[in-house]
Design a protein around this ligand. Structure first.
Ligand SMILES: O=C(O)CCC(=O)C(=O)O
Length: 252
């Protein structure tokens, strides 16, 4: 914190580096408990502690609860490789370890995932078409909480489980046809803090880095998915779980 700033200046200051050039603007919104941010060709909303710690802790438990192992004692989930995960009976989430066929070679994604939503909304991403699991109580709770700010009704969520800093997500946009023009994406985060990077499609040197923490809500909207890519890079020092849920509106 800058000791020479006024209290008002400090509350308006984003908790991460942000360009000061034309087209970049941010303001704190007391009612929404977060920052409303404009970037060239896109909008963001960032609420560092949108979910209270108690709720965030409960969400992590909810995602991991299972009947097969002493899940509170598991220190690293990397021990459970590939098919082994299929033998764990998770109580609330149907986790999968998806694999792709890359030029004849089977490659597992560097994270686990699960897809939930209205049952008639199949979704294709990274070359995989997934039929959603139907909503459960925990996911509906999170969805309702973020809809208060997002001002849209989400009908699906892609869940990503990063077991540790070796798991990652490469540069991409959430601009699939089913998401329509200017999609609103509600990204909810629990567990370890990870770096979330944004870069422009036409100028890859222009990057923004946001920390996504235990309980952080990030909403991406406006033209962002058509002009900016995002990624979650490896962070070898991170040793524990992080869960990310991206809520989406899938159009028929
Ligand atoms: O894990 C994250 O923060 C990003 C997730 C994401 O970009 C996606 O699911 O498309």
């Amino acid at each position: 914190m800058d000791l020479f700033s006024t209290a008002e200046e400090n509350i308006n200051k984003l908790p991460f580096d942000f360009p000061e050039s034309d087209g970049y603007f941010s303001r704190w919104d007391d009612n929404l408990n977060g920052y409303v941010i404009d970037v060239p060709n896109g909008k963001l909303f960032y609420s560092e502690n949108y979910f209270y710690k108690k709720i965030s802790d409960r969400c992590v438990e909810y995602f991991l609860e299972n009947d097969t192992n002493d899940w509170k004692q598991v220190d690293t989930w990397r021990e459970f490789e590939k098919e082994e995960l299929l033998n764990i009976k998770f109580k609330n989430i149907n986790w999968r370890h998806d694999k792709l066929n890359m030029y004849g070679k089977i490659v597992y994604l560097p994270r686990y995932s699960a897809w939930y939503g209205d049952s008639d909304k199949p979704y294709t991403y990274s070359g995989l078409t997934l039929q959603p699991n139907y909503w459960n109580k925990g996911l509906l709770y999170i969805k309702n909480e973020i809809e208060k700010v997002a001002a849209v009704k989400f009908n699906s969520v892609l869940m990503n489980w990063y077991r540790d800093g070796e798991d990652y997500l490469t540069w991409h946009t959430d601009a699939e046809k089913e998401l329509g023009k200017n999609p609103v994406i509600g990204s909810v985060n629990f567990g370890e803090t990870r770096r979330f990077l944004l870069r422009r499609n036409d100028d890859k040197a222009q990057k923004i880095e946001l920390p996504l923490k235990h309980g952080t809500l990030l909403i991406m909207s406006g033209e962002l998915q058509h002009f900016w890519q995002h990624s979650v890079p490896k962070q070898k020092k991170v040793k524990h779980n992080r869960f990310n849920l991206t809520f989406r509106v899938i159009n028929p």
